[in-house]
Design a binder for this molecule. Structure first.
Ligand code: XUL
Ligand code: CO
Length: 445
């Protein structure tokens, strides 16, 4: 028995606090690269990441898929929904404590069961919130964000805030209200909206313009209520292009930035970028992070990965170091995330059925991003990549190029400049050289 549990029972006995043992360790239940207190690029590793345990996939994933029921038995599961909710909270804090994760995230319905009425559901959530508050106090673990699950219940099959039925929209609002109340009670740092079923399956039955204006109105009202009850954190939108609907309205980072700006929501809302959602949209993870960062809206990250060979949201734990480096280059250059952290929105594979697999999964994810951070910092410090990128735009640093950026030239001025310089010379983008450079920094010592 270890001392790293807070309830009445230890749900993962035999697994203690996961130590940092370094790359030479042969202990599979130890970090090889994630050394929380180590300072990299001027900040402790743990503060760069604010790693968070996701109550749902990561913790409650049961291995089920469209072809088969669950394979993973959870030690906290019981027949009574409220007892399960209580156990689950204790088990969640146990796993997070053992992994040294200082944050967690949840949907309302992960934490507490839906009741027979709006009032019952509110009561169930409020009860669990009291328990979560105690557990937060006992462990120091904080709420990175919470959200409302307005996609699971059959009433949301045509959407939540974009549902053609106003009564359904009102039910979604009731859930968001209760979730915001829970957030404020728990001192939550952020609040997330993921589109769920906000999108359409067929344009034949859809008034897209009307649905999008309802969504904007819904988000504005949620923002106003949150601010009224004292929520000071960031609201995040989590883009995703498809699944469960054919076309999700929050398609990708660029679409969401445009939507927020068009509806005057860009002061309160930032983006929560999920790796597997970016790749479903035909972008790299780094691309969507860069779009968010360039708009000053890089709020938080749902850390996972997809499968190159499968076209859906496989939500796997991240292990690809090359992708993590590219992501961390964006995050470091942006000066970090705005208020958010790295939440492992990932689930075990269907055949990962041992109790310790959830630990291996998180150790791997945290080590992968620790490597990504360390190597991205090394690449930035090495300087060759940064210099190449800035030199590439040197023609805009002085003379006419500088005047253009300053808005001092007309189209005719540009024409006259082209005529005066004659044909341009071809300049190489040197992609292969840069890829080699990254491999050298990664493996060269
Ligand atoms: C779905 C997804 C969600 C959000 C929260 O693909 O990522 O779990 O992170 O609702
Ligand atoms: Co997510």
């Amino acid at each position: 028995m270890s001392n790293y549990y807070v309830g009445n029972k230890e749900f993962y006995p035999g697994i203690g606090k996961i130590p940092f043992e370094g790359p030479k360790s042969d202990n599979p239940l130890a970090f090889k690269f994630y050394d929380p207190e180590k300072v990299v690029a001027g900040k402790k590793m743990k503060d760069h990441f604010k790693f968070s345990l996701a109550y749902w996939h990561a913790f409650m994933g049961d291995g089920s898929d469209p072809f088969g029921s669950g394979t993973i038995a959870h030690p906290w599961d019981t027949k009574d929904p409220m007892e399960t909710a209580h156990n689950k909270a204790d088990a969640c804090f146990e796993v997070a404590t053992k992994l040294g994760m200082e944050y967690y995230c949840f949907h309302d319905r992960d934490a507490s069961p839906e009741g027979a009425s709006v009032g019952d559901s509110e009561k169930n959530l409020a009860k669990v919130v009291d328990l979560l508050k105690e557990r937060q106090k006992a462990t120091g673990i904080k709420l990175l964000w919470n959200t409302a699950n307005a996609f699971n219940h059959p009433r949301y099959s045509n959407g939540a805030s974009t549902n053609p039925d106003f009564d359904v929209l009102a039910h979604a609002a009731a859930q968001v209200k209760a979730a915001l109340d829970a957030n404020v009670a728990l001192g939550g740092q952020n609040y997330v909206f993921w589109g769920g079923r906000e999108g359409y399956m067929s344009l034949l039955n859809t008034d897209m313009k009307r649905e999008l204006s309802h969504m904007a109105q819904f988000l504005s009202l949620s923002r106003d209520y949150g601010r009224k009850i004292g929520f000071k954190g960031n609201f995040f939108i989590e883009p995703k292009p498809k699944e469960p609907t054919t076309h999700q309205y929050d398609y990708d980072a660029a679409t969401v930035v445009g939507f927020l700006k068009a509806n005057g929501l860009d002061k309160d809302f930032l983006l929560n970028i999920e790796a597997n959602h970016a790749t479903l949209a035909g972008h790299s993870f780094a691309h969507d992070l860069q779009v968010a960062a360039d708009n000053g809206m890089l709020g938080s990250i749902d850390a996972n990965r997809g499968d190159l060979f499968l076209g859906w949201d496989t939500d796997q734990f991240p292990t690809n170091v090359y992708d993590a480096i590219e992501a961390m280059l964006v995050v470091l250059r942006a000066g970090g995330l705005k208020g958010g952290g790295f939440n492992f929105d990932a689930k075990l594979r269907r055949n990962s059925t041992d109790a310790d697999d959830i630990f291996h999964a998180h150790i791997g994810g945290m080590d992968t991003f620790a490597l990504g951070l360390t190597l991205a910092d090394k690449i930035i410090t090495d300087g060759r990549l940064e210099k190449f990128r800035s030199d590439r735009y040197a023609s805009f640093d002085s003379g006419k190029g500088k005047d253009f950026e300053a808005g001092k030239l007309s189209l005719v001025d540009l024409r006259d400049h082209a005529a005066s310089v004659g044909e341009t010379k071809l300049t190489s983008g040197k992609q292969e050289y840069l890829e080699n450079l990254i491999n050298q920094v990664m493996f060269g010592c």
